[in-house]
Design a protein around this ligand. Structure first.
Ligand code: DLL
Length: 433
């Protein structure tokens, strides 16, 4: 089912006409009300009215996370605080958080986008949504919450954490949709098992997972352990939060971007040049309907490709590949670019391995070393040492073959790697910067 059949199935030309109109009005407002944008546009010698077609967007300067930090906390807001009804922030690992604001209309836009996302992922008004995304400054919890209410579904605002209580609620309330980070979804299955509950006996039908990269292998694992259809949802605070793009449950093949609100581009992260459809590069977004926090050509650092071909679900919205990593979480180990998701794919091919892993990067002398810590399942755990050593070597060999990088593999006991209630921490980088 499609929540907003009018906008989600528009022919390309009609969508582009809407985009251009909305883009021009966003640019005019941003230029008039946000000193940062005025300065940037002036420096680039471009005025909002110079943008005559969607292709002209490439004349506009990029916005980076550093720009948002420089304008911390409210410097990028385009409306007076009187009109701001909500503030969120994304923590980030270093430095100042980025702070974003919403007007009442922005909240309504976002809720509609989330209702559209939830429906694309299989939810309808008859569903009960167990929402285990964190509530708070993080956009996941409240984003899903408002979307679920807009859809007319029943939402359980359980947030992250207190995992045992979550299992009891699941058993007693019979939710049919699970929303969580994919790593927390798997953690829920572990705790459920400890409590003697098999997820497959619960009432869940669909899961809508995102906020961190996850591989197809991890999807298989989640789908079989939970006996559900699992879709990927993407978003970032700077653009609006979750609900920027989502997979449909019919195809589970690429995430539909809500182009009536956001214009996506793929650029070469080195040169900034715009790349054609199908090419992999850095995803850039321009918001075209937001009031409080318009964002223009924002460099997400997320790596993906765009595919304009129509989908079997009927949506005509362009699709992006699952995010394979970030330009900045990309590890460079002795000159080899390594994405945690690539290591994950290798690990998931190994029988008896749990999908919990951590990459530890150290510097020994002048050389970077990569250690892959990975948990083994209970069954393997009781095996003899020699067999485990053999397995470690095998995985290391696969990593070398697949990625061209030498990694030490360390199998660890079940449940040794710290569980996160939100985004999983996949990389520990001990190198000095
Ligand atoms: O993670 C918003 C969100 C909440 C999305 C709940 C989906 C579900 P931030 O905390 O600002 O916002 O983090 C944004 O997380 O630039 C990506 O690097 C990563 N990310 C988000 N969704 C996905 C996904 C929320 N489906 C950053 N796959 C983004 C891969 C994702 N990475």
């Amino acid at each position: 089912m499609i929540y907003d059949i009018d906008y989600e199935t528009l022919p390309k030309e009609a969508m582009e006409a809407i985009q251009l109109r909305r883009l021009r009005s966003t640019l005019e407002r941003a230029y008039a009300t946000v000193p940062f944008y005025r300065k940037q546009f002036d420096a680039a010698g471009v005025k909002p009215l110079d943008i005559q077609s969607l292709k002209d967007i490439k004349l506009l300067p990029f916005t980076t996370k550093q720009d948002l930090r420089d304008n911390y906390p409210f410097g990028m807001f385009a409306v007076p605080m009187d009109n701001v009804v909500r503030i969120h922030a994304s923590s980030g690992t270093t430095g100042q958080p980025t702070v974003v604001g919403y007007t009442a209309r922005d909240i309504d836009t976002w809720s509609t986008l989330m209702a559209r996302s939830l429906m694309a992922g299989g939810a309808t008004r008859g569903d009960i949504i167990h929402n285990a995304y964190g509530y708070g400054l993080f956009t996941g919890g409240l984003g899903v919450h408002y979307g679920a209410e807009k859809l007319g579904a029943s939402v359980i605002p359980v947030s992250g954490g207190n995992t045992k209580r979550q299992i009891i609620i699941m058993r007693d309330f019979g939710p049919t949709i699970l929303t969580a980070t994919p790593s927390y979804a798997l953690h829920l299955t572990e705790v459920a098992a400890e409590m003697g509950t098999d997820f497959r006996e619960l009432r869940f039908k669909y899961g809508i997972f995102g906020a961190e990269p996850w591989s197809e292998k991890m999807r298989d694992e989640i789908q079989s352990k939970l006996d559900i259809t699992a879709v990927d949802i993407y978003g970032l605070s700077e653009v609006i939060g979750p609900g920027v793009a989502v997979e449909c449950h019919e195809a589970q093949s690429g995430l539909h971007i809500f182009e009536d609100h956001f214009i996506p581009e793929i650029i070469d992260p080195e040169t900034g040049a715009v790349l054609p459809p199908g090419h992999t590069g850095e995803l850039v977004f321009t918001s075209i309907t937001k009031e409080a926090f318009p964002i223009i050509r924002y460099r997400t650092r997320d790596i993906t490709a765009l595919h304009p071909e129509p989908c079997i679900c009927g949506r005509t919205l362009v699709r992006m590949d699952k995010v394979s990593g970030r330009t900045d979480d990309m590890l460079i180990i002795r000159g080899v670019n390594v994405f945690p998701s690539q290591i994950e794919s290798v690990l998931m091919d190994v029988e008896g391995i749990a999908p919990h892993y951590q990459l530890v990067v150290d510097r020994e002398g002048n050389l970077d070393t990569l250690t892959v810590m990975v948990e083994i399942g209970e069954a393997l755990f009781s095996d003899e040492v020699r067999r485990l050593q053999h397995l470690e070597q095998g995985i290391s060999q696969n990593i070398k073959e697949y990625l061209g990088v030498t990694a030490r593999v360390k199998l660890v006991e079940p449940k040794v790697i710290a569980r996160s209630q939100g985004k999983a921490v996949r990389v520990i980088d001990n190198r000095e910067r």
